[in-house]
Design a protein around this ligand. Structure first.
Ligand code: ADP
Ligand code: MG
Length: 683
């Protein structure tokens, strides 16, 4: 039932509206418009102004005009191909309404003789007389015609008239909701209500008025609801009381002293934050964010070490086996014989696997490394105290929430990602977690020189490659997918492989989307062992793997990639102590804008700066990691233009968290804007 103050009306199916039949609602559903609420965000693109009316003598040919006239005479010729006409006039002249393919009955009904009507249409002429052909907007009530009519981006099969009727109906029945924001927040938007804001949003004259209070308020609603849901998840996780870990810092420091490098300030700071979580009695749910090569692994392994020394087990999960093996080998090296560590991979023999499983159950393995396989049901830990997850920027909020429930109540969670994103997005995407950031890179790291080259200068590139090989270095050669959508589209990589194989016999490897997982492991391993010099691939190699001997990366058709992605690809080299280079190849001369983008990359090696600049140039939708973040894209809010609103929302959330306010009043907001199952049980 329609209730003036009930938000649930907005979540109703579109077919509950008058005039929306099965066909129309089917068309809209295909566009992911399921509820009345969804339709509110399809904004008018432009409008037709029918407010100004004219007299016959002042009509302008070729323009859309509104006029009030009197129908005087029907001319129905009853001859094929000749249209029906209605002669009309005002006190300044005559105008004909012309109808092709319309029934006489219909014409008589909409244009009764002797009754003044207001009509809108495009003015034409025929035999020196004004006419309007097939007029669409006719009414005896001139106020119905004399309006500004919105134009929406219409879906095939829905006419403007029908669409406007639907939207107007919604606007007319828009519920008046209890205000959810505090007075202080509302004051920033001149106290405009949600209901009034939506009405303003759909007014033709308000198209594109992003700075106006109604628009800002609605954008803020969006941002705030996302942050609020994140905050609730965080609160919920924090409610879990756990057995705190007891740190043995002297042991930890012994390991640190034995490393062949000293930790950076940011590494130490992050480690400190993680340690504090470990020994607190609330569950850790923390993200370790740091650019490629910033040294996250060692920080996480030290946290693992501390956890083990407190009597718990640790699970380290990576997206690929090869990365799991690298972490495993590093752990073996730095913990020598002190800890029992194991690796589960697809290749692990049945007997060994069984052995590992039984040891896990008896707490005889301290740290286990592996892919998602380590979370299968049959893997049971005796006393799991920490889960570390590497390079999982693709995990969305709900996946993370599930993860936090895993491992039992005493288990802390540490996620790591090499996706630096602007600050406004961090709260949006990772607001459910505490965050540690490593900004500073290890001092020993040589910067990567970045060059751009036109494709027809490939001979220079080949010479450069020859020189690098003679110096004992290895080369990545990345060919983009020609069409992003087709995973199997790898022709460019194969072609390049064939070409390079002729120049460098027995030194080139190939990797693409069709390579099986086992083959991929073998190929990467033999490249790691330096058995081959060049690895041609599509972008399927994950960022986390260390190839200390690779010092050159060549990226073809580089304008296919976003800056952040190029930066991440570039991060595959420069991990050892050698000077490295990145060569970006282009098919044709760069546009000014493209040059600007590439220069950012050449000048900076800081992923945070690059992603911020990338966002400003391309918009946030394209930023790496955002699309897969699991959070819906905002409809109005934009992290670039509404930075102040993001910061305002962040401040308000902190205030609410601190004051322990009842959040019941936000229930409609959350239900309307997020509708995520995760928060079903809150509010
Ligand atoms: P990422 O943050 O991308 O996961 P890694 O943890 O793989 O980076 O570290 C990249 C490389 O830097 C590794 O070879 C690692 O041993 C080395 N490394 C880490 N911390 C430091 C440091 N403080 N000084 C010098 N090298 C370091
Ligand atoms: Mg890593």
């Amino acid at each position: 039932m329609y209730n003036k103050s009930n938000y649930q009306y907005l979540l109703k199916d579109l077919s509950t509206l008058k005039g929306v039949g099965a066909k129309t609602s089917q068309i809209l559903k295909k566009k992911k418009i399921n509820s009345i609420f969804d339709l509110l965000w399809k904004l008018p693109k432009s409008f037709t102004d029918r407010t100004l009316s004219s007299k016959v003598k002042d009509l302008k040919i070729g323009e859309n005009q509104t006029i009030t006239i009197l129908p005087k005479k029907y001319l129905f010729p009853r001859v094929r191909n000749l249209p029906n006409r209605v002669v009309c006039s005002d006190d300044t002249g005559e105008l004909d309404c012309v109808f092709f393919n319309s029934y006489e009955g219909y014409i008589k009904k909409i244009l009764p003789l002797g009754k003044e009507v207001t009509i809108n249409g495009k003015i034409g002429t025929f035999k020196n007389k004004y006419q309007i052909t097939n007029p669409k907007y006719i009414s005896e009530d001139s106020s119905l015609i004399k309006q500004k009519h919105n134009k929406y981006a219409l879906s095939d099969g829905i006419s403007e008239k029908v669409y406007n009727r639907i939207i107007n109906q919604i606007i007319e029945t828009l519920p008046i909701l209890d205000e959810w924001h505090s007075r202080d927040i509302l004051a920033k938007f001149d106290y405009i209500s949600w209901n009034a804001s939506i009405r303003e949003l759909h007014k033709p004259e308000n198209i594109g008025k992003y700075k106006k209070n109604f628009y800002q308020r609605l954008a803020y609603d969006e941002i705030f609801s996302t942050f609020l849901v994140n905050s609730e998840i965080r609160k919920k996780i924090k409610k879990n009381k756990k057995k705190n870990k007891i740190l043995h810092l002297n042991k930890q420091n012994k390991i640190i002293n034995k490393l062949d490098f000293s930790l950076t300030k940011d590494q130490l700071k992050s480690l400190g934050e993680i340690n504090q979580d470990l020994c607190s009695s609330t569950k850790m749910f923390r993200l370790l964010q740091g650019d490629v090569g910033s040294g996250k692994t060692i920080v996480s392994l030290l946290a693992a070490y501390n956890t083990v020394n407190s009597g718990f087990q640790v699970a380290v999960m990576t997206p690929t086996e090869i990365l799991a093996r690298q972490h495993f080998n590093l752990a073996k090296k730095i913990f020598a014989n002190e800890l029992n560590i194991a690796l589960i991979s697809g290749k692990t023999e049945y007997k060994e696997k069984k052995d590992i499983l039984s040891k896990l159950l008896q707490n005889k393995i301290d740290i286990i490394f592996g892919t998602h396989a380590i979370f299968q049901k049959k893997v049971i830990f005796k006393n799991l105290g920490l889960i570390i997850i590497d390079e999982q920027h693709k995990f969305g909020v709900s996946q993370r929430k599930r993860l936090s429930d895993k491992g039992g109540k005493d288990c802390d969670i540490l996620l790591m990602t090499a996706t630096p994103i602007p600050r406004t997005l961090t709260m949006t995407i990772f607001g459910d977690m505490d965050i540690s950031i490593i900004k500073e890179k290890p001092k020993s790291r040589k910067s990567i020189k970045t060059y751009s080259k036109l494709e027809n200068k490939i001979d220079d590139v080949i010479k450069f490659v020859q020189k690098e090989i003679s110096l004992g270095n290895q080369i990545f050669w990345v060919c983009p997918l020609i069409e992003e959508s087709k995973r199997i589209d790898h022709t460019s990589a194969i072609k390049k492989f064939e070409y390079l194989k002729k120049l460098f016999p027995k030194q080139v490897l190939l990797l693409h989307g069709k390579t099986t997982i086992d083959e991929k492991e073998n190929i990467l391993n033999s490249f790691l062992k330096n058995e081959f010099k060049i690895l041609v691939s599509t972008t399927i190699i994950e960022v986390g793997i260390d190839f200390p001997n690779a010092s050159v990366i060549i990226i073809e058709n580089a304008n296919k990639f976003g800056l952040s992605q190029l930066h991440q690809l570039r991060g595959r080299v420069g991990r050892g102590s050698k000077a490295s280079s990145c060569i970006l190849m282009f098919k044709s001369n760069l546009s000014e804008n493209a040059k600007k983008r590439i220069n950012i990359l050449k000048e900076s090696n800081d992923g945070f700066i690059i992603s911020e600049a990338d966002m400003v140039i391309r918009g946030f939708g394209d930023l790496l990691g955002f699309k897969q973040s699991g959070i819906k894209n905002f409809k109005l809010a934009d992290p670039i233009h509404n930075k102040d609103l993001f910061l305002l929302a962040e401040k308000e959330i902190k205030r609410i968290e601190k004051s322990n306010e009842d959040i019941k009043r936000f229930k409609p907001l959350i239900k309307l804007y997020d509708r995520a199952d995760i928060i079903n049980d809150i509010a």
